[in-house]
Write a protein that binds this ligand. Structure first.
Ligand SMILES: Nc1nc2c(ncn2[C@@H]2O[C@H](COP(=O)(O)OP(=O)(O)OP(=O)(O)O)[C@@H](O)[C@H]2O)c(=O)[nH]1
Length: 370
């Protein structure tokens, strides 16, 4: 029943990846920076007590930078770059504490943080790519540094260290795969109207905002069209709610058949839809919407072998002529849509005089007749 095709790319998936997922990563990164900063703060006190002043001062400095960064990262522009700038020096430092002159024999346990941090902050693929070389080097250096005997006790020590590291990597890899899948599903559900499969209201409005921002930069025009199916209540009343649901999907299919891949279609609620037509002006959009309107009329829904006639009314607003902000543009298209409803439905209103395009076209044709 769902239309299986949406014009693509819709822009919304991009938004989601840098939206839901990124905001999660951002707050996680902030938390990790605070935790690392506080840990280093504690260690700097211990280093001071151990008269290791140089190291203590370095840790205190790093602690201040990290605590400051934990706030800054919430607004930072290039999140991924900052993640690498945090992870690579941290991993180098974790390796260094295995090698430093008076290092504790248990210092290598810190290397187990590597897979956790990189998978959580970079995801599965990039997390694995960053972790593996660092953890291999760390293990190698540890074994060289401590020269473990190859008797039973030494082999058990080596086995413990390696097995624990491998298990952490496997678990974190599995966890991150599941988490990424769950995020994708969540994003899809948040962006998609479950009945028709077209973009949801929230996602459509975000697309409109982004399209306006892009149009501001590129000095292109764009058109917002609001569409409402006519007398939809009587479809439900006469044929039943299931027929109404089929009618909604059917209309979406008719629209998607004709839209360009750069256009977007969203369900704004009930039987009202929004069309976002990028890089186009009022005149070209009017031609397209007229075709869409006619296409819906010409293709009634076949339900249980019976044809159900459908039609829709459209209100069109062009950016920036009819409104500059999303709200202004939306209000203008909405006013025209309801003006079309009052003027008899099954029509398109595209201009300030608020008369249906069809009526004007027919009047012009009559005037041109000899
Ligand atoms: N089947 C079905 N009906 C829905 C859905 N969402 C809203 N509706 C129905 O859509 C109908 C909308 O009715 P009205 O707002 O009166 O609009 P209309 O009958 O289309 O009249 P006009 O818009 O003035 O042409 C209501 O009966 C809602 O119950 C849905 O998801 N499925």
């Amino acid at each position: 029943m769902k239309p299986n095709r949406q014009p693509s790319p819709r822009g919304n998936h991009e938004i989601s990846l840098t939206g839901l997922e990124e905001s999660g990563r951002r707050s996680l990164m902030s938390l990790i920076l605070s935790a690392t900063g506080l840990t280093l703060g504690c260690f700097s006190i211990l280093q001071f007590l151990a008269d290791n002043y140089l190291f203590a001062s370095f840790e205190l400095l790093a602690c201040s930078v990290l605590l400051w960064g934990s706030r800054g990262i919430l607004q930072a522009r290039r999140l991924e770059l900052w993640i690498y700038l945090y992870l690579v020096p941290t991993f180098c430092f974790l390796i260094y504490i295995i090698l430093m002159p008076r290092a504790s024999a248990t210092a290598f346990t810190w290397t187990y943080l590597m897979p956790l941090l990189s998978y959580l902050l970079l995801g599965k693929r990039r997390g694995a790519l960053l972790t593996l070389p660092f953890i291999c080097v760390a293990m190698l250096l540890y074994f060289v540094r401590y020269d473990l005997p190859l008797d039973a006790a030494g082999l058990i020590d080596i086995g413990n260290a390696i097995l624990c590291g491998v298990l952490i990597i496997v678990f974190v890899h599995l966890y991150e795969s599941r988490r990424a899948q769950a995020y994708q599903q969540l994003e899809y559900q948040a962006q998609t109207d479950p009945l028709t499969g077209v973009t949801s209201r929230g996602s459509f409005k975000r697309s409109l905002l982004r399209a306006i921002q892009e149009a501001e930069r590129s000095h292109n025009r764009l058109v917002l069209v609001l569409m409402d199916i006519d007398h939809f209540k009587s479809v439900n009343d006469r044929w039943g709610h299931d027929a109404g649901d089929h009618a909604l999907c059917h209309v979406c299919e008719q629209l998607l058949d004709r839209l360009r891949v750069t256009d977007s279609l969203g369900r704004l609620g009930g039987e009202e839809f929004g069309l976002l037509l990028r890089n186009t002006d009022n005149a070209s959009a009017t031609r397209l919407v007229e075709q869409l309107r006619q296409h819906i009329v010409d293709n009634p829904l076949s339900y249980g072998g019976q044809p159900i006639a459908l039609s829709a009314t459209f209100g069109l607003a062009e950016w920036p002529t009819d409104g500059y902000s999303t709200d202004e543009l939306y209000r203008c298209a909405d006013r025209r849509l309801y003006s079309g409803k009052h003027q008899g439905r099954n029509c398109l209103i595209n201009g300030a005089d608020e008369s249906p395009v069809q009526a004007r076209t027919a009047a012009e044709a009559t005037r041109q007749e000899p």
